[in-house]
Design a protein around this ligand. Structure first.
Ligand code: B12
Ligand code: SF4
Ligand code: SF4
Length: 394
């Protein structure tokens, strides 16, 4: 059994305040374990209502997501980190139809969600957390910690809210009052036994470290939500994937279709994808908290790690459709686009070309129709039909 390491919250905050900026981490907080999660029922209802978009990994160990001590019985505190990937969504990037992606000549960047334009956060954020935890071990040599981002079975947004890193929006994203929602989350169960933290299950008033304070004078715990009467994200979602009560339906989300599903968008709903090729930012781009966030933290997030890679900044839809598997591997290894596989990205680009009415690409699209992959050939045939029709089948 791993013995706990006794720490004061003020000591931990001082260490995190010293180390987070060095490691490109913008927010850090802690939650006492085990904790009752105030919104746990939402999670169970979500699974029961089959809103998980066939993402089978979410159905495994549903209880582990709400209790990290099941798999890590030695854990006393969950550390939670936030790392920005964008400094908000500027007005020019907030076209509700598809963040600018429906414009025929939209650049590659407008077609790819902001989180995915640079390096893969599973490498960048996880690496930063590991290095920071290594430095904490210089102070507390018996520290045990298992960092994870996305990969571990944790309800990261719920834990992050409890740690004071933001509130929960109707778009289901975690939103910091100054930084908006353009940041990744990572968690680490640890054997730190921290005195001076809010009681388990109680949201913190503020994180232990934040690059900019969420408010000048926090008055009590971070509220669960600060959406007020706003419903912009629900209204802007092109597939009606968001529900006021039930949250997001991953079966209907463009993010699921273009990233997770090997077959891509359902055949009768491809039009809703607009000119998007990978991921979807619409419900974040229209959020007033993100409109206000631009520049608040002073300077770009984490140097260039998440900035659009200039090497493929000029990539046109024609090149994406014709990209060979070798070129895909050379370009997109260690980027989030890797998850789509070459054929998935090609199919997404075919749908985007048809929806963006790129009739100039008809020959390339027709060529894709000869693909040995039956799914790609079928999507290409659909795209050819649309491009040949006079009115684009609208
Ligand atoms: C599966 C998954 C998806 C699925 C399903 C998304 C979803 N909303 O559930 C799909 C593929 C659609 C997806 C898309 C995206 N994802 Co994703 N995804 C995940 C993953 C792996 C699990 C999410 C999960 O458990 N969902 C189940 C639901 C029930 O849980 P939940 O949304 O977290 O909600 C809980 C609480 O937050 C609360 N709650 C939720 N909404 C609300 C609203 C109110 C008003 C209240 C009071 C409470 C509340 O109740 C729930 C139970 O506790 C997490 C990583 C992780 N391990 O958590 C990343 C994660 C949520 N994704 C992330 C990102 C960046 C995205 C995209 C922006 C990527 C993109 N541009 O395409 C989109 C955003 C779409 C959206 N609006 O959510 C980030 C979000 C960071 C942030 N600041 O919020 C995470 C945390 C990954 C990370 N490590 O950074 N994702
Ligand atoms: S990511 Fe796009 S498709 Fe998914 S809920 Fe948000 S706006 Fe809708
Ligand atoms: S757009 Fe409005 S309703 Fe949606 S998350 Fe932002 S503030 Fe909340």
């Amino acid at each position: 059994m791993t013995p706990p390491v006794q720490v004061q919250a003020t000591e931990l905050a001082a260490e995190l305040t010293r180390l987070c900026p060095e490691h490109g981490l913008d927010l850090a907080g802690a939650v006492v374990l085990p904790a009752d999660l105030p919104h746990e029922q939402r999670w169970h209802d979500w699974l029961a209502a089959d809103r998980h978009g066939d993402l089978e990994y979410l159905t495994r160990d549903p209880d582990g997501r709400v209790d990290p001590t099941g798999a890590n019985p030695w854990a006393r505190t969950l550390l939670v980190f936030g790392q920005r990937y964008t400094a908000g969504w500027p007005a020019g990037d907030t076209d509700p139809s598809a963040t600018g992606a429906t414009v025929p000549e939209a650049p590659w960047t407008a077609r790819v969600a902001r989180y995915a334009r640079g390096r893969d956060y599973h490498d960048v954020l996880l690496g930063a957390m590991k290095r920071l935890l290594g430095r904490l071990r210089e102070t507390w040599p018996d520290l045990r910690a298992h960092p994870a981002t996305d990969t571990g079975p944790y309800l990261e947004r719920e834990w992050a809210w409890l740690a004071g890193l933001g509130f929960l929006g109707r778009n289901t994203c975690l939103i910091h009052e100054q930084l908006g929602s353009g940041y990744f989350l990572g968690v680490a169960p640890t054997n730190l036994e921290v005195s001076g933290l809010p009681a388990a299950g109680t949201p913190a008033a503020e994180p232990l470290y934040e690059i900019v304070p969420r408010r000048a004078r926090p008055e009590g715990p971070v509220p669960a939500t600060r959406c007020g009467t706003c419903t912009r994200c629900l209204d802007a979602c092109p597939t009606n994937a968001l529900d006021l009560v039930q949250g997001l339906d991953a079966h209907r989300c463009l993010s699921t279709w273009t990233i997770e599903w090997r077959g891509g968008a359902p055949a009768d709903e491809r039009v809703a994808q607009g000119g998007i090729v990978f991921g979807c930012d619409i419900c974040q781009a229209v959020c007033p908290w993100n409109r206000r966030a631009a520049g608040r933290a002073g300077g770009p997030p984490l140097g260039d790690a998440y900035a659009a890679d200039p090497a493929h900044g000029e990539l046109d839809l024609a090149e994406l459709i014709a990209l060979s598997s070798d070129e895909f591997r050379a370009r997109f290894r260690r980027t989030p686009l890797w998850r789509a596989h070459p054929e998935g990205l090609r199919r997404n680009a075919l749908v985007a070309a048809a929806n963006a009415e790129r009739r100039d690409l008809l020959a390339v699209v027709e060529e894709a129709g000869t693909s040995e992959d039956p799914q790609t050939a079928a999507v290409a045939a659909w795209a050819v039909d649309r491009l040949r029709s006079e009115d684009g089948n609208r």
